[in-house]
Write a protein that binds this ligand. Structure first.
Ligand code: FES
Length: 143
C-alpha cells in the first residue's frame, strides 16, 4: 500500500494501472515543483505605443481606416506610409473606406486623396489633417 501520496492524488499503482490518455492530466493536477507552486509566465507588459498595423496590411495605392483610432493609414507608393485623421472635415463623419485612390466619406460623398489627404471631391472644403506615424521595421505606430 502506498502511503507517500497525498490523499487527493491517485497512487502510483493506480496511475500505472490506468496508464493512458488520462495519465498526463492526472499527474498534472498533483505535480509539485520543489515544493513551490509554479506561476504561469507573466504576461508581457501592456505595450505602450503598440503597433497600429503592419506595413503589409496597408494596400499600396490605397489605405486602411482604423475607425476606433480615428485614423486612416495610406501607402501611396510602396514603402511610403502616411496617416490622416479619419474624421471628415465636412461634418465630422468617420470616413468609411479607401478605394480608387481616395479616402471616402459615406455621409455626403467627400473624397480625399491618399497621397496627401487633400480634397478630391466635395462637399468637404478642407483636407484631412495629417497624423504623425512612425514605421519601425514593418510596424506602424502612431505618434
Ligand atoms: S461628413 Fe463627410 S462628406 Fe459630409
Amino acid at each position: 500500500m502506498d502511503t507517500d501520496d497525498a490523499p487527493t492524488c491517485p497512487s502510483r499503482r493506480a496511475l500505472l494501472a490506468g496508464a493512458g490518455a488520462g495519465l498526463a492530466a492526472a499527474l498534472g493536477g498533483c505535480a509539485t515543483y520543489g515544493g513551490q507552486q509554479q506561476s504561469p509566465p507573466a504576461a508581457p507588459p501592456a505595450a505602450a505605443g503598440a503597433a497600429l498595423a503592419q506595413t503589409g496590411d496597408i494596400p499600396v495605392g490605397g489605405g486602411t481606416v482604423f475607425a476606433a483610432a480615428k485614423v486612416v493609414v495610406t501607402q501611396p507608393q510602396p514603402g511610403t506610409i502616411k496617416a490622416f485623421s479619419a474624421v471628415c472635415t465636412h461634418q465630422g463623419c468617420t470616413v468609411g473606406d479607401v478605394s480608387g485612390g481616395t479616402i471616402n466619406c459615406p455621409c455626403h460623398g467627400s473624397k480625399f486623396r491618399v497621397a496627401d489627404g487633400s480634397v478630391a471631391n466635395g462637399p468637404a472644403a478642407a483636407p484631412l489633417p495629417a497624423v504623425n506615424v512612425r514605421v519601425e521595421g514593418t510596424a506602424i505606430h502612431l505618434g
